[in-house]
Design a protein around this ligand. Structure first.
Ligand SMILES: C[S@@+](CC[C@H](N)C(=O)[O-])C[C@H]1O[C@@H](n2cnc3c(N)ncnc32)[C@H](O)[C@@H]1O
Length: 306
């Protein structure tokens, strides 16, 4: 466990975006505090509030507080409640998805590469584990997870086999699920080089049990409300579903056209913000080779109007 670490993705871009901030920053996805530490080290004047929904982040945050004392405070909290902090920030960072701490610990049940209890909750005290979801989810809920959130082309076979075999199958562990997919569904014929056949199913179930997209929609709205004028919101996404939500939200705040009902004309809203970069920033080859997790990262930043 001591060996586990998480390399912060696109750290230089985060530091660059927040370099002129001298007051308060919110790290809404604290994780292991990689970005927080780099920001606190870059500028001796800033204070940071960190949030994470994962209770394991609490002890990591204590280490950062010991080092930076009153400049850092942590709350164990989902960012979809961030308005309850009743604070205004000059910068807010949302580095979405799961951390390496979560992926690499078998007992958290996130990974098809490590055998552990099939859980996948970022906060294991809330909601339903992946095991219970597979055992009790309705057909529509399974389709939502595997087709819509996992974007798994073979979703029909996966859903059908879960529904017909779940009464005689055990979904206790991550390897139970992997073996089930490889034995009973059409994923056994999947031969995409370098991509494990269970990747998309695991992603879809994880997004479903953590309600990741709902929290993102709500967190973005609250983050924008809690920004001071001129404040910057940075969001790093790791798959197209998240990125689409962020892109749409940013465009809307910039007053770009919204597609309504086909018959209606496009609506134009007043701009409340501007994009800091026209295109999303992505990791370069050096970063990808030293941290493969950065391969799919997209970094977008929005500045609230003054
Ligand atoms: C990619 S990691 C962040 C890593 C962090 N930036 C670092 O450098 O160590 C994402 C973290 O966000 C947390 N998280 C995901 N969704 C969240 C939510 N809705 N509210 C609060 N934390 C969330 C996860 O538990 C995880 O620890």
């Amino acid at each position: 466990m001591d060996e586990l670490k998480h390399i912060p993705v696109l750290k230089d871009a985060v530091l660059h975006c927040f370099k002129d901030i001298n007051r308060l920053i919110l790290d809404a996805t604290f994780g292991g505090g990689g970005h927080t530490t780099a920001l606190l080290e870059q500028n001796k004047h800033i204070h940071i509030i960190g949030l994470d929904t994962d209770p394991d982040a609490i002890s990591r945050a204590e280490g950062i507080r010991d080092k930076f004392l009153h400049r850092f405070q942590f709350f164990h909290c989902n960012f979809s409640y961030l308005k309850l902090l009743c604070r205004k920030f000059d910068g807010i960072l949302m580095d979405l998805g799961v951390s390496s701490f979560q992926l690499d610990q078998a007992q958290r049940g996130f990974s098809f590469q490590h055998d552990g209890p099939l859980d996948m909750r970022m906060n294991p005290h809330e909601g339903m584990s992946a095991k219970i979801f597979l055992e009790t989810g309705s057909e529509q809920e399974l389709i939502r997870a595997i087709r819509d959130f996992g974007e798994e082309p073979q979703w029909r076979s996966v859903v059908k086999q879960i529904l017909s075999l779940r009464h005689s199958t055990s979904f206790e562990t991550t390897f139970d699920l992997v073996n089930f997919l490889l034995e009973y569904t059409s994923l056994r014929r999947s031969k995409k080089p370098g991509i494990h056949p269970a990747t998309r199913v695991f992603q879809g179930i994880r997004i479903y049990v953590n309600q990741e997209l709902d929290h993102l929609q709500s967190g973005l709205k609250q983050a924008f409300e809690c920004l001071n004028p001129n404040g910057i919101l940075v969001v790093i996404t790791f798959h197209s579903l998240e990125d689409r939500i962020v892109k749409q939200f940013f465009n809307e705040k910039c007053g770009k056209s919204l597609h309504c009902l086909d018959a209606e004309p496009r609506q134009f809203k007043q701009s409340q913000a501007s994009l800091v970069f026209k295109k999303p920033i992505v990791a370069d080859d050096n970063e990808i080779s030293s941290n493969p997790r950065s391969r799919s990262a997209k970094f977008r930043a929005l500045r609230k109007n003054s």
